[in-house]
Design a protein around this ligand. Structure first.
Ligand code: AHR
Length: 339
């Protein structure tokens, strides 16, 4: 496995001027904060491991918790010099940030790809510079798996299946059609693709379960509300909302209530994530079922990087452990919920 000791630094030092320019460009999509140290440190920080982390954005409660987990764990005290950038849900910002990390000569790059496609060129640049890349949370569809050392995150197809299984069971005795609307995540993002696929695979077992409308709400609360408002106008008989995350489900609740209907009763709601606000809505009976997707990836990312840095090897795929929640379970879990 590639370790810091064996990497060539000459590329980084040879393009120092380019580094400064690109780092400045990355600033447009950068949150401007760094969990520790100076983001232009070029990987030479007196012994700490320098990591460039390109985050998707700040679209949801899940994302906020994920960012906190990364920043809370890749700290100077833990031996890291973290450069953090927020891509504001734009792939071009992420590519720009990754190029700036390559130019800085960081020891490791980690990122959560906003969409699945279009990463081969920049990942080949990281590989040519000898910088190991760890994917967190979301996958890329690159055929060449040597472009990254590990992918740490959830099994999104499984999450979609868990949502589908709840729906299948909930309507097992129904002889009438059940009208389902789906609030999709960001178009082209792994969780949007896979959660739709897993759900569809399961609900097809009952021909009464029909997805009558499906549209992206971009994983945001505002997006979920807007799409739900439109869906309520064009589909008068909606029985169930399947939202690819809590935030869109929470937006849908606002739209349903504004339409004079009772979320969780007149229209059932199933979501994914189990962030605090979603769990509270489940406890309150406004959401009926939540599939957990854990954002707490920081600790495992630290373990991966430290193992690599010690010359060890890591599993190419590390799947996060997750559960599901009904109303009673949400009430029980809420007091100790970390996010
Ligand atoms: O990639 C994980 C997904 O991204 C979460 O489910 C969603 O809330 C976030 O925006």
């Amino acid at each position: 496995m590639v370790s810091k000791k064996f990497r060539t630094r000459s590329i980084a030092s040879g393009i120092a001027v380019l580094a400064l320019g690109l780092a400045a460009c990355a600033g447009s999509g950068d949150s401007g904060d760094s969990a520790s140290g100076d983001s232009s440190g070029g990987g030479d920080d007196g012994g700490n491991i320098s990591v460039g982390f390109s985050q998707v954005g700040s679209e949801s409660g899940w994302r906020a918790a994920n960012t906190k987990s990364i920043k809370d764990t890749l700290t100077a005290d833990a031996g890291f010099d973290l450069s953090f950038s927020d891509a504001q849900q734009k792939q071009e910002n992420q590519i720009q940030a990754i190029r700036s990390y390559i130019a800085q000569g960081v020891d490791y790059i980690a990122f959560s790809p906003v969409v699945e496609t279009g990463w081969d060129a920049v990942l080949n640049e990281a590989k040519a510079a000898g910088i190991p890349v760890v994917l967190t949370d979301r996958a890329v569809d690159s055929k060449d798996t040597s472009l990254y050392v590990s992918f740490l995150g959830s099994d999104f197809i499984e999450e979609g299946k868990k949502a589908g299984l709840w729906v299948l069971d909930e309507y097992k005795d129904t002889t009438e059609p059940v009208n389902i609307v789906q609030l999709e995540g960001t178009t082209g993002a792994a969780p949007a693709i896979d959660r739709a696929e897993g759900f569809a695979d399961v609900i097809r077992q009952n021909p009464n379960l029909k997805v009558v409308a499906s549209q992206t709400g971009d994983f945001t609360r505002a997006g979920g509300k807007q799409v739900m408002e439109a869906m309520l106008k064009s589909n008068p008989d909606i029985d169930l909302v399947y939202a690819h995350n809590d935030d869109m489900g929470l937006g849908a609740i606002e739209a349903i209530e504004a339409a004079g209907l009772v979320p969780g009763e007149d229209i059932k709601i199933v979501t994914v994530d189990a962030v605090h606000d979603g769990m509270q809505a489940l406890a309150d009976g406004k959401i009926n079922f939540i599939v957990e997707c854990s954002p707490l990836l920081g600790k495992q990312l630290v373990d991966i990087i430290k193992t690599l840095n010690d010359g060890g090897s890591v599993e190419p795929r590390i799947i996060t452990e997750e559960t599901t929640f009904n109303q009673e379970q949400a009430i029980e879990a809420l007091p100790d919920r970390q996010y």
